[in-house]
Ligand binder design. Structure first.
Ligand code: NI
Length: 138
């Protein structure tokens, strides 16, 4: 089994704000991320697929096709958008990096399977220091 990873990047705005809580509680838990007027990140998305090497191509997956699926089903919906307001697959969810990684998995899993690619992981880096990884389990 070989694992192949494609990186894509996007920039987006969000805020972390739990409407059931007071402003003070939100600021205590989320700090600057609760800023009412939003803030942005330059996200890095790492999508890993797995499989056996095709004897004829020597590939597990064609990276051009992989990139196209990620762009069509995730990046184009996220880049230069407000994650809380503009992104249908994040509607009604807290705009955390964790939920975003799960949402991206749900967006791309089927189109990748249609290409014959088995999705292994979605890793999303919000900053140089903070990233989350989702392997598809609930
Ligand atoms: Ni943030």
């Amino acid at each position: 089994m070989i694992y192949v990873t494609r990186r894509e990047r996007f920039s987006a705005a969000h805020k972390l704000y739990q409407p059931k809580w007071s402003k003070e509680q939100n600021e205590a838990v989320f700090g600057k991320c609760a800023n009412e007027n939003w803030h942005g990140h330059n996200f890095e998305l790492f999508v890993t697929v797995k499989g056996e090497v095709d004897e004829e191509t020597g590939f597990v997956a064609d990276l051009k096709d992989l990139s196209k699926v990620i762009k069509t089903y995730a990046i184009e919906l996220l880049d230069h958008r407000n994650i809380n307001l503009d992104v249908p697959f994040m509607a009604g969810k807290m705009a955390s990096t964790e939920n975003l990684a799960k949402g991206i998995w749900q967006q791309i899993e089927e189109p990748l399977a249609a290409l014959g690619c088995q999705l292994h992981s979605v890793r999303l880096a919000e900053t140089e220091n903070n990233s989350v990884e989702y392997l598809g389990e609930s």
